[in-house]
Design a protein around this ligand. Structure first.
Ligand SMILES: Nc1ncnc2c1ncn2[C@@H]1O[C@H](COP(=O)(O)OP(=O)(O)OP(=O)(O)O)[C@@H](O)[C@H]1O
Ligand SMILES: [Mg+2]
Length: 464
């Protein structure tokens, strides 16, 4: 075992806080056959390295203000790795703080290359957790058991990489933020985190933060006491409490108001809450998985999202790739939906014509997997032959301009608006994507639908 080579990951490129251009302790490690890699002190770079380089030892800068975050990320993705913090100078307070923040070892750089090398080797030879844990983790990496993800179709390398990360992070209680365009499968991924975790036997509770008005949302999340407000005739248990022992999935988390963001942050820090109108403190054991298709970083900059909450949520971030980034999955998904929907609609179709396949591959899929599923459903219903042909697929945006020209003049603005909203909704497959495409807010779409006596749910079968 002593002959095994360690993978050492250095957080912070040379000169970025890790001292001189190439720190003197790196060469001796490399000379002993250990592999050393440096990454930028940035969340994405670190996550990427944790998932692909599989470090045994992670070296961090003790003075880095985001040290606690690096530690949390390393623990979540690679629990068996030892964390060594190096400080720019001998500063007991700084070294002590690094250990308090979760580093296994801390040392000043002044201790010299040899001492650092010895420490890194020791950190690796006596890992924090058992060696078995590390080899089990390694094995899990080599062979991804796809049966752990029933219902998730796709084998493109970016998807496999995502599922690997899901299997890894599922084990911890770390808060996870799932980011991806509309219809990419964020909710499926959230479900997979739950079912692959130790909490699988516990509840999986979902709440769409965009679906409710702020006042309702608060008591929906945290519950309320009897008499908390007019109409509160009995105590109500909120979603956090319902999810005790399990996972709470907060969809469209960007839509939380600033005051609810404070409450969510407090929960993530203290793991306790108070029901609306109550003063009893309730402790619950819930893992939070949040999803958004917004750029939360940009919302932080514009003041619409709290920075501290952003960092809390972003500890582990999973990026669900858009469908156009995994072309080989398009036909795999299309065939999967074809079989499913043909059976559901009791239609006999056996596949796609070559032209239909080409059209599916050429389409940019702004509404991603959801829109693909909707398109296949239409095709299954329209298809008259044995196979789905290109004409059965509702894909071509061409001719749309003509349709519009044919209608104007002659229609009222309201009719035009209704036509545009419904058409965009169907094409995009979700309220958010339609709102983005039309340049209006989601709430506007929801109000309009309401006034026409329609719901997004009816229009888009699977829209929450
Ligand atoms: N990889 C996949 N395999 C099979 N079905 C998928 C896959 N990805 C998505 N789907 C299906 O596509 C639809 C949309 O997925 P989901 O609701 O998880 O997307 P989302 O990212 O949460 O979208 P939104 O941002 O609009 O809420 C669902 O019907 C889901 O079952
Ligand atoms: Mg969703």
């Amino acid at each position: 075992m002593t002959e095994r080579r360690a993978h050492v990951l250095v957080v912070g490129q040379p000169g970025e806080g890790m001292g001189p251009a190439v720190p003197a302790w790196i060469d001796p490690l490399v000379a002993r056959g250990h592999r050393v890699e440096c990454v930028h002190a940035a969340a994405e770079a670190l996550d990427e390295a944790l998932g692909s380089f599989l470090p045994d030892v992670v070296v961090v800068d003790a003075g880095d203000p985001r040290l606690a975050e690096w530690v949390e990320r390393v623990r979540a993705a690679r629990g068996s790795a030892s964390i060594v913090a190096l400080a720019a100078r001998t500063d007991a307070a700084l070294l002590g703080q690094a250990v308090l923040e979760g580093a296994d070892q801390a040392l000043p750089r002044e201790a010299g290359a040899e001492a650092i090398v010895a420490l890194v080797r020791r950190a690796w030879e006596k890992p924090r957790y058992a060696e078995q844990a590390a080899s089990a983790e390694r094995a899990a990496h080599e062979e991804l058991d796809l049966s752990r993800f029933p219902g998730i179709v796709g084998s493109h390398p970016v998807m496999i990489r995502l599922l690997r990360r899901v299997a890894q992070v599922a084990r911890s209680r770390a808060t996870v933020l799932i980011h991806g365009e509309t219809g990419t499968g964020k909710e499926l991924i959230a479900g997979a985190i739950h079912t692959n975790s130790k909490r699988a036997a516990g509840p999986f509770v979902k709440l769409n933060c965009a679906a409710l008005a702020e006042s309702v949302l608060e008591s929906e999340l945290f519950g309320h006491e009897r008499g908390a407000f007019t109409g509160a005739q009995a105590r109500r248990i909120g979603r956090f409490e319902q999810a005790d022992g399990g996972t709470l999935f907060l969809d469209e988390v960007s839509e939380l108001s600033l005051s609810l963001q404070v409450k969510l942050l407090r929960f993530l820090q203290e793991r306790e809450l108070e029901r609306v109108g109550g003063n009893e403190t309730v402790k619950v054991d819930v893992r939070v998985v949040a999803a958004t298709n917004e750029d939360l970083g940009a919302l932080v900059k514009s003041g619409r999202f709290r920075e501290d909450l952003y960092y809390r949520l972003n500890v582990v971030r999973l990026e669900v790739p858009p469908l156009r980034a995994r072309p080989s999955d398009v036909l795999e998904l299309a065939s999967h939906f074809l079989v499913e929907l043909a059976a559901e609609n009791e239609v006999e179709v056996s596949g796609f014509t070559e032209a239909a396949k080409q059209a599916l591959l050429a389409h940019p899929w702004p509404g991603n997997v959801r829109a693909l599923r909707n398109a296949i459903e239409t095709a299954v219903v329209l298809c008259e032959g044995e196979r789905v042909d290109v004409g059965d697929l509702p894909l071509e945006p061409a001719g749309e301009g003509d349709a519009l020209q044919a209608m104007v003049p002659g229609v009222t603005l309201e009719e035009l608006e209704r036509w545009a909203i419904l058409r965009t909704l169907r094409a995009m497959g979700s309220v958010q994507a339609a709102a983005d495409a039309l340049g209006i807010s989601k709430r506007t779409i929801q109000y309009r639908l309401q006034s026409w006596g329609l719901t997004a749910k009816e229009l888009l079968r699977d829209e929450a």
